[in-house]
Design a protein around this ligand. Structure first.
Ligand code: NIG
Ligand code: FE
Length: 432
């Protein structure tokens, strides 16, 4: 079945035109969409004014200027079953949120108040709060309860314009509890139309009983958790919180090696609290992304150059914890790609709002709107391994897009921070 969106004021983040040449590889053409944008390319973002978008069977079939709509024949004579007039409105590809901890049991506003009163995130973690606080509540919750809560959060993210999302475990910290979280993610994958990737983050916190001998917990992750996770095929990625006060570079290397052996690609937390060596160990094991990066020296930037690893900044976390800002401009000027994701979690970023991340990218990190859009669509799609099928408006890609409320320009999206500018969301071509 076909759906036609017509009279689009501006179609945003379209694959570089020649549009007519955008017949993708798999469909007999020779066009290969760009998988990520780096350095100067981040400032390039194409749009098309007064456009149409044609969807067929969940994929983008065609797009172009309205005055070519009849000439394009809208799919060989077929009249689209559904036609939507988007006059005054823009169409964007949905955001890809490549870093979330969406499955958890409890909010943590008491710690939020402790932080306002002066305690640091690390101090709270040391006394058994933080991640361990969430782990306790998560252990007590049933799989069904966790699923219901997660599904509701997923719906909220989608309403705000997210069409693909990566979700980590990591609030289990025992084999059974980690498996429970990953099974919840598997059910979300099965039942939600969103594109979802799962990430096993058993090495997220060090349980109290392992304090002083955390290598035994690392052994548990490697010898018991990873094989069980792999047996059930529960994770696409393997993650470690490689940072001061959490897991060391050696712990990280051991865990990543075990994960890789079991078919999981690394994707790690690094340099939130301190320059931890996390970027280097991530790059060494060909991580698809290294995330956080509040602390970045020249060596970290150097070591990312020429690699397949996507540096990913989490503006919500730095905002919520009042952390130093990752040097996004310096990274882009060094020729690196930059992605920005929500880090949605109860401890450091309790918001799944990617529109807000887009605004923060511009306001706090001085990215231009074009760079910020590349950071939150194409580059986050890359960071979750789906940029061949999502992240831009391209013929043959999944038809995940949103129609905005009437807005004046695409720059209005980051400019108008804290407001929901999304009116209608389409996932796999179907209105949600
Ligand atoms: O990405 N930094 C590590 N993990 C999460 C926070 C988890 C929590 O505090 O619950 C993050 O910020
Ligand atoms: Fe995180």
């Amino acid at each position: 079945m076909q759906t036609l969106i017509k009279n689009i004021k501006e179609l945003v983040q379209v694959e570089p035109l020649s549009r007519k040449a955008t017949v993708p590889l798999g469909q007999g053409g020779n066009y290969q969409p760009k998988l990520r944008a780096q350095g100067k390319e981040m400032a390039q973002m194409e749009t098309m004014k007064d456009a149409y978008l044609l969807v067929e069977d969940g994929k983008i079939k065609a797009f172009g200027p309205m005055n070519e709509l009849s000439a394009d024949g809208c799919g060989a004579g077929e009249t689209p079953a559904l036609q939507i007039d988007a006059t005054g409105r823009m169409v964007f590809p949905t955001f890809c949120d490549s870093h979330t901890h969406l499955v958890y049991a409890n909010s943590r506003e008491h710690e939020f108040v402790d932080k306002i009163r002066g305690l640091s995130y690390e101090e709270i973690a040391k006394r058994g709060g933080g991640i361990l606080n969430s782990a306790k509540a998560t252990a007590a919750a049933s799989e069904q309860e966790l699923y219901d809560m997660a599904l509701q959060r997923l719906e909220e993210a989608m309403r705000l314009g997210t069409g693909a999302i990566e979700i980590k475990s990591g609030y289990g910290l025992t084999t059974e509890s980690e498996l429970k979280l990953l099974r919840v993610i598997r059910r979300l994958k099965e039942n939600s139309p969103l594109t979802i990737k799962s990430n096993f983050l058993g090495a997220h916190g060090i349980p109290m009983e392992y304090r002083g001998h955390q290598e035994d917990y690392v052994d548990l992750v490697i010898n018991e958790m990873i094989p069980r996770v792999a047996d059930e095929g529960l994770a696409d990625f393997i993650d470690v919180f490689c940072d001061q006060g959490f897991f060391t570079v050696d712990d990280t290397a051991r865990i990543l090696e075990a994960g890789i052996k079991h078919g999981m690609r690394p994707k790690i937390h690094a340099n939130e609290m301190a320059i931890s060596g996390g970027v280097q160990v991530g790059v060494k094991y060909n991580a698809i992304s290294v995330d956080h990066l509040e602390q970045m020296g020249d060596a970290e930037i150097e070591c990312l150059k020429g690699t397949d690893t996507m540096p990913t900044i989490l503006p919500g976390c730095a905002f919520f914890l009042n952390l130093p800002l990752s040097p996004a401009r310096r990274m882009i000027e060094a020729g690196l790609p930059v992605a920005m994701a929500s880090d949605y979690n109860p401890g450091t970023s309790p918001s799944c709002n990617m529109q807000l991340i887009l605004s923060m990218a511009c306001i706090r990190y001085r990215l231009t709107p074009e760079e910020a859009l590349n950071a939150t669509t194409l580059n986050t799609a890359y960071a979750m391994g789906v940029s061949h099928e999502l992240g831009t408006i391209a013929v043959g890609k999944k038809a995940n897009f949103f129609i905005t409320k009437p807005i004046a320009s695409y720059e209005y999206m980051p400019y108008s921070y804290g407001e929901n500018k999304v009116e209608r969301v389409f996932i796999n071509g179907v209105e949600m």
